[in-house]
Structure formats: structure tokens, C-alpha cells
Design a protein. Sequence first.
Lengths: 215, 277
Amino acid sequence: MDTLFNNLDIFVDGFRMTFVLFFFAAIFALILGTIVGAMRVSPVTPMRAVGTVYVNLVRNTPLTLLMFFFAFGYPKLGLPDVGYTTLAIIALSLYTATYVAETLRSGINTVPVGQAEAARAIGLPFGQTMSLVILPQAFRATVPPMMSVFIALLKNTTIAAGFSVAEAGTIRQVLSERGEPQLTVLLWVALIFILAVGVLSLLQRYLENKWRVAR
Amino acid sequence: MAPTDETNPSASTGSTPISRYETTSNPIVAGRGEPLVVVENVEKHYGDFHALKNINLTVNKGEVVVVIGPSGSGKSTLCRTINRLETISSGEIRIDGTKLPSEGKKLAALRADVGMVFQSFNLFAHKTILENVTLGPMKVRRQKKADAEKAAKVLLERVGIEQQSAKLPAQLSGGQQQRVAIARALAMKPKVMLFDEPTSALDPEMITEVLDVMTQLAAEGMTMIVVTHEMGFARKAADRVVFMADGEIVEDTTPEEFFDHPKSTRAKDFLSKLLTH
Ligand SMILES: Nc1ncnc2c1ncn2[C@@H]1O[C@H](COP(=O)(O)OP(=O)(O)O)[C@@H](O)[C@H]1O
Ligand SMILES: [Mg+2]
């Protein structure tokens, strides 16, 4: 307990950054992933192709490499300096979006084709067929696997520690310099992560109940 | 549509007494207007499979055409090509003088004028009955919510579902769902309605309630293309019967002529199987 309370400032700062990374990356990944997921089932071949290339390229790249690219490659491009935190959010968003897209695509496949046909038959174009009829039903079907994606994102934020972003993954390092027992620090960090994941699980249960679709 | 969705035609009619409709001959007085749906030299291939062979069909305004034929003869395919849920290999389809656009906004706009009722209802599972009926008018016709709801309530009343408008589709019986599906299509004020075996997925006791709505619609002068094995409905409401077999239109004649004096052997065969069950 002393380890935690004597260094509360470090813990609070570290986890605040973790949640900032998580929060923004989750939102951007959800938006981008939904767009890419819709592209992957689009009737327009070039759209499908772009979606497929993006997913396969980014998903098959280790996140650490992606972070490397943004942390070291981006500044060399001569673009405005946006700071490591923003770059980490971009890398996490791009990476997680591929998983969101794939999860959503499997969810879309659980929606009976008759739903899309009925939507098209009343004159809805592809975009509205997706946004008004298919995606709302696909989201419901994907709550559990989608939560796994976001739990993975929460833990993946620690990779940003390697790139000068002071989030929870750096707590151990800082505190070992203060002479705290490393194992105890790690256990505390792990415990807080488990609590945070618990909150996500509660959210999952809430959404599952709220969105239960009757067939 | 999945090739296996077809119920055995003899089974689906076996449970429905034909006599129920034998009271009137043909009460339809719909004015024969100009051609509304024109299908010209249409061919459709699924890979090597020739699903539609040189289809020519004209449906005039106010006309009710029943399409009948054995399972796999291409009835659903024909129905679905008319609003381009299925593309065609060659030929031409025109709705009210306009050639079917190939994609995009124009196609969507044309589909809004062609109502479609499916065998499996396909009500939007996550929306209430009322929302099912108002979605198209609000999003496609850009009606205000209040106007769309007012019109939807009138339609739901007409098909006898006004009490259920706050429920989800899964809470309704099949017959009720299909009547909502009809209301949903009508809400778009379509020029023509397509029905693809609207009663084949229904329990026998619910078939009548759906056919009654369709009969009323026909009597009001709606242009309809109806794929069905309900011979009673065909006799009572149809102006013409189109008999399909193996992707071809084999007969195109009046209901009396078709049922009482079929010309082709394939039609005779088909009818004898329907009647002996
Ligand atoms: N998507 C498809 N791919 C391949 N074959 C199909 C497809 N849809 C229908 N068919 C075939 O086309 C034929 C006509 O089907 P359909 O129009 O559904 O017949 P019907 O409605 O008269 O029973 C069937 O032999 C069916 O197997
Ligand atoms: Mg069929």
C-alpha cells in the first residue's frame, strides 16, 4: 500500500495518460474501423480493394513497428511537430481500426441478407442501408468481440511507453529510480489495469442488455 | 435468393381450400392504362446456369399479374430483376418508360417507386413496426416525422395492425409481419408492387389475412406482380396469369383460360400436381 500511496502522483499521471491514449484511440478506431468495415462489404470494387489492402497491411504489422514509424519516421517528413502523444494515438487508432473493421465485418455477416434487400427495395442507397439498417444490427452482434478489441487496445497503450509517452507502462521505471520495489510496483499497475478492464466488462454487459435484438 | 427457399408448391396449397375464393369470377375493373413495367428480351445467367430465357412481359397500369410455376423456374429471379436486386445479363427493363439505371442514386430513386414484399417479410428487426413503415418516407421521400407517422398509422390501420405499432417485428405473428411489410412498401406510394410468394412462409390460418389485404389492394387499382401458388387469389384478383417453367414464360393468359384450359403440357403437369394434393 505504501508503494501506491507514497507515489500517488506518478500513478495518477501515468494512468491519466493511459486513459487519454485509450479514450482518443478508441474513438478514432471506432470511426475509422466502421468506415473501413463498410468499405469491405461495399458493392464498389475499388472501395473493397482499398479496405482489404489497408486491413491486411496494418493488421499484419506489429504495433511496435507502427509506433516506431510514427515516432521516428514522422518527424523526418518535415510535417508540423504534433508531439509523441498525438503520434501514439494515431498509431494506436490505425492499428486498432483494422480489428474494429474485421469484427464489424463478421457482425455484418450475421445480419440476414434480407435486411439489406428490404432496405434497398424501399430505395435506400448503400450508405443509408449500412448506417440505418445493417450497422445498428451488426453492432449489437459484435459487442463481446468488440470489447476484446478495446481491452487489447487498453493494454496496447503501454507500448507507447517505449516512445517517450509517460503512461502507465513507465511507472515501474520512474519508481525504481525512486528506489521502490519493482515487483510491488508492477503488481499495482497490473491490478489497476484489471480494474479498468472490469469497467469495460461492465460496459459490455450493459450494452448487451440494452441492445439485445429480438428475432 | 437462396435456391432452397422454395416450399413445395403442392404442400403450400394443399392446406388452403380453393373453394374459399370461388364466389366471384373477376371483380377487377382496373383501367388498362399504358405499359408500366416492360421486360424485353431479358436473359439472366448465374455462371453457366441459364435462369431467365428470353423473357418478354408487359404489365399495364392497374393490372394484376400472377406469376406461377414450379420451384426453380425463375419466378423469384424475374421479380428481383424488376427492381434490380438481381442484375440481368442482357435485354431491357423499363419502369414507367424509364430504363432501369445500373447503380447509385438513380437506381435507389427508381426502387422507391417499386414496392417489394418478400417471402420472409424482412422487416427491420431493430426497429418498431411504426419505424419500419416511416423509415423510407422519412429518409427517401424526405417527409417530416409527424407526416410520415400520420400516414403510417393510416396504412397500419388499413392492414389491421394499428394496435401493434410500438412493438418489434419479432413480437408479431408471421401474418401480422407480412401485413406490416405490405404497409411499409405502400408507404413509399409505389407505382407497382412486387410480391414474391408472400404467403409461402405463413401458417395456413394466416394466409387469408394477407391475401385479403392483397385482394383489397388489387381492387383499389394497384399495379401488382404476384408470385404465388394461391390459385384462389389468382382466380379472384388476377387479370393475367403468367406460367413459367425452366426460366421461360410458357403461358401468358387469363386465369380462367390458364386454370381451366391450360395449353402446354408443362402447365397441365404442374396444375395436375397442384390439384391432386
Ligand atoms: N444467386 C444464385 N446463384 C446461382 N443460382 C441461382 C441463384 N439464385 C437462383 N438461382 C437458380 O436459378 C433458378 C431460379 O431460381 P428462382 O428464381 O429462385 O426460382 P423460383 O422462384 O421460381 O423457385 C433456380 O434453379 C436457382 O437454383
Ligand atoms: Mg422463389
